[in-house]
Design a protein around this ligand. Structure first.
Ligand code: 3UK
Length: 525
């Protein structure tokens, strides 16, 4: 096989991906497009009006790789990226990979103490950041024990990336790496404890792009993608960067805060064919559609991940837009989505069926597989799973065993093969000795027309027994009343197993959320 190439045997039902012995993933994702005749095609369009062709992308990636080399960085060094969604994100990420440096994109919504931890934990040699984040990043650099040789605010006078790389050559041969050499890390924030760096290899992006992007989603060269989930998030990373670059499509980058209006504006103006959102945003978008009728006619696929999509949101979105939302579950450790609904094969309220290339097992408390239909702990095996957590053998051993990854989720599989989410293992409730999924109760509450969002947690009653407690955000706060509480109670008592109705209702304006918008139920408890 030619160096840096991938071969896929399409004649089989489960196409096998093979990698050349020498394999640097920047070649198929960046360089390949020039030979394939896409030099003049737009790879990246920004909502501030920039257009970057595949040829310009490759040249900037190469200049950036050459710049890193000239700055004394070398193979195996790690660089942190606290970078907003902009073309420079691509130049740094791929330029680093091409010269064997390990880029580590991190959440741009973190605080100084988190950056401090990651600067020390990763033992990075450089940190590159957008000026928007300097107030949190710069104090973190000062606090850290590790002293990165290069701290660069990339869109500021004197350290603007475009200027730093301008004098470097636009050609660069990829450094020799292997498909299972370390390529990039993504830090995953657990609900407790410090973030852990999931170590991903060169082959991983190929695996997700092929099995999820192409075989499951059906992304094609003429697609234009737009992800409301940002590039630093593994979900956004695949959506807006890996998949379009794998097939030679175009991606739209928006560096601002995703709100219903900013997202609708971008969709109307840049006309994506694939739109990726998260449930919370779909919910807010639906609400805003009471005032605004956005033109979504360019969109053929809507995707949701990050947390389970409540069936009510799916139904309302379909009613309003005529489009279905494809829910799928992914994780930072697996890199992207491994169970998913499809346009021609979906089951409302489920995460869908297995993505090709992944296997699942659902284990009971005794660590044996449960009967089909019973819920248990979901473990996943597949070729894009992180090799380990960086410098954390204990967590690695707990989470990754014999190629299987413990997702931390409880699932059951129905008789048609669809997987149904029942909650995080740590969020599940036992009520009267029986497992009870907060998610099921939330979905029921959200059927009520006044309810925007619901979060259910376990709370002790006067006998110190755990019972469900519902926190609710109403569409209009003034709708709160005793009458409404009674209606909600009736709705739950009628539609759920008898032990499952919430014993308390608390109305709030917002919920505690992670930086990526997930509800932090443990903080409500
Ligand atoms: C939960 C879901 C129900 C689940 C992610 C798509 O979310 C992503 O990665 P994270 O590491 O979190 C993983 C955990 O989030 N989850 C995600 N999607 C769903 N639960 N239904 C869903 N559709 O607990 C999972 O273990 O932040 C999502 C692609 C790449 C990703 N990294």
């Amino acid at each position: 096989m030619e160096n840096n190439s991938v071969s896929i045997d399409d004649s089989r039902d489960d196409p096998q991906i093979r990698f050349s012995d020498i394999f640097n993933v920047a070649v198929p994702f960046i360089d390949r497009h020039l030979k394939a005749g896409r030099s003049g095609k737009v790879a990246i369009r920004t909502t501030s009006g920039e257009e970057i062709t595949y040829k310009e992308l490759a040249a900037s990636v190469n200049r950036c790789g050459n710049y890193f080399k000239s700055a004394g960085l070398s193979k195996g060094d790690r660089i942190l990226m606290v970078v907003k969604d902009c073309p420079e994100f691509f130049y740094i990420f791929w330029g680093a990979i091409k010269v064997g440096i390990i880029p580590i994109p991190i959440n741009t919504l973190l605080r100084a103490k988190d950056y401090h931890f990651i600067i020390d934990d990763s033992e990075c040699t450089a940190i590159l950041y957008s000026p928007e984040y300097k107030d949190e990043v710069e104090p973190a650099i000062k606090m850290a024990k590790n002293n990165p040789a290069h701290c660069i605010c990339i869109q500021e006078e004197n350290s603007d990336l475009a200027e730093l790389i301008a004098d470097h050559a636009p050609d660069l041969n990829a450094v020799e790496t292997k498909a299972d050499d370390d390529c990039f890390f993504l830090y995953s924030s657990g609900s407790t404890g410090n973030p852990k760096g999931a170590v991903h290899c060169h082959k991983d992006m190929v695996y997700t792009s092929r099995h999820y992007g192409v075989e499951t989603l059906g992304i094609q060269e003429d697609d234009v993608v737009f992800s409301a989930a940002k590039l630093f998030f593994a979900y956004g990373h695949g959506n807006a960067m890996h998949f379009p670059l794998w097939v030679g499509a175009s991606t739209i980058l928006f560096d601002g805060r995703p709100t219903p209006d900013t997202i609708f504006d971008a969709i109307e103006k840049y006309k994506p064919t694939i739109y990726y959102g998260v449930p919370t945003l779909y919910g807010a978008q639906l609400l805003s559609m009471e005032q605004r009728t956005p033109d979504l006619s360019s969109v053929r696929i809507c995707v949701s991940a990050g947390e389970a999509l409540p069936p009510e949101l799916f139904k309302r979105w379909k009613e309003k837009t005529g489009l279905i939302i494809l829910d799928g579950i992914g994780s930072t450790e697996i890199l992207h989505i491994f169970i998913s609904n499809r346009s021609d094969d979906y089951c409302l309220g489920s995460s869908g069926r297995m993505v090709p290339g992944y296997d699942a097992k659902i284990l009971g408390d005794d660590n044996n597989p449960v009967k089909q239909g019973d819920s248990g702990k979901l473990w996943i095996k597949g070729g894009s799973t992180a090799r380990c957590y960086w410098k954390n053998p204990e967590k690695t051993a707990q989470t990754m065993q014999d190629g299987w990854l413990n997702t931390g989720d409880t699932y059951y599989q129905d008789e048609n093969g669809y997987y149904h989410y029942c909650g995080r293992n740590d969020d599940m409730l036992k009520v009267g000795g029986i497992w009870c999924s907060p998610f099921e109760i939330e979905a029921k509450l959200m059927e009520h027309p006044n309810v925007l969002e619901a979060a259910v947690v376990g709370a002790p009653d006067d006998q110190n027994l755990i019972k469900p407690k519902a926190y609710l955000i109403l569409k209009k706060a003034e709708d709160k009343s005793e009458e409404l509480e009674k209606e909600l109670l009736q709705l739950c008592k009628k539609g759920l197993a008898p032990y499952k109705y919430p014993r308390w209702f608390v109305f709030s304006d917002d919920f505690p959320r992670t930086a990526t918008g997930k509800i932090q139920r443990f903080r409500l408890r």
